[in-house]
Design a protein around this ligand. Structure first.
Ligand code: ADP
Ligand code: MG
Length: 205
């Protein structure tokens, strides 16, 4: 992602890009969650990101930190499941930590703190087959000043890397060893969001 400031137009573009990718992949997310969860992740995410899209104008009218906090609150209220409070925390914490006109380094720092907030909320850590297994490598790529396509690749590879993992958090953990061999739904949705954000900010879609 470039160091350019996220302006109001970009925030609206980001909201529609993230809602679009979640809508386009809702069935896939549902299928992934059916294998080792309860099959609601696609619908949960679609409901939440469509609710954000419906209020895009009001979010875009706010300074970036307030917009992100409001988006996080909306996601907590609308996504539901285990992932709603976690994605909500990610955006709320990002809003709390980010500056009004962040550069790339600011974004990396704020993103790191937001991931810590998610881990605290979920009592989870990297390696447990969750969204954190994508968030963490994306943070590392940001810190290393990787390009948008590199960050997107890192996110996709990280989601793939959840396949052989055994789930230790969330519903999938109830399956024990039977959770092995399937991609974590939240890792996949996180990688989709990362791609949408990176492509929108860098305009390389
Ligand atoms: P639910 O599990 O309540 O049905 P979802 O299906 O919407 O909720 O979301 C499941 C996803 O949430 C998982 O794939 C995983 O990535 C993520 N998740 C669940 N519990 C945790 C946790 N404690 N920490 C981090 N991520 C989690
Ligand atoms: Mg589920």
């Amino acid at each position: 992602m470039s160091a350019e400031t996220m302006n109001k137009v970009e925030l609206k573009a980001l909201i529609s890009a993230t809602a679009d990718t979640i809508a386009a992949h809702a069935d896939e997310l549902t299928t992934l969650d059916q294998a080792i969860g309860d099959g609601d992740h696609g619908l949960n995410m679609k409901r939440g990101f469509e609710a954000v899209r419906a209020d895009a104008d009001s979010f875009a009218a706010k300074p970036l930190p307030d917009a992100l906090k409001a988006i996080g609150t909306k996601l907590v209220m609308t996504v539901g499941g285990a992932s709603g409070p976690l994605f909500g925390t990610l955006f709320m914490a990002l809003g709390k930590e980010i500056s009004t006109e962040p550069d790339r380094a600011d974004l990396a720092t704020a993103f790191g703190k937001a991931i810590e907030a998610v881990a605290a909320r979920g009592k989870s850590q990297v390696g447990q087959k969750t969204m954190l297994d994508v968030l963490q490598p994306v943070h590392e790529a940001l810190l290393q000043d990787r390009t948008g396509p590199e960050i997107t690749d890192a996110a996709d590879r990280a989601a793939e890397a959840t396949v052989p993992m055994k789930a230790l958090r969330g519903r999938a953990s109830f399956l024990g060893d039977r959770s092995i061999g399937h991609m974590d739904a939240g890792a996949r949705s996180t990688a989709l969001l990362v791609r949408a954000v990176a492509e929108t900010i860098e305009g390389y879609a």
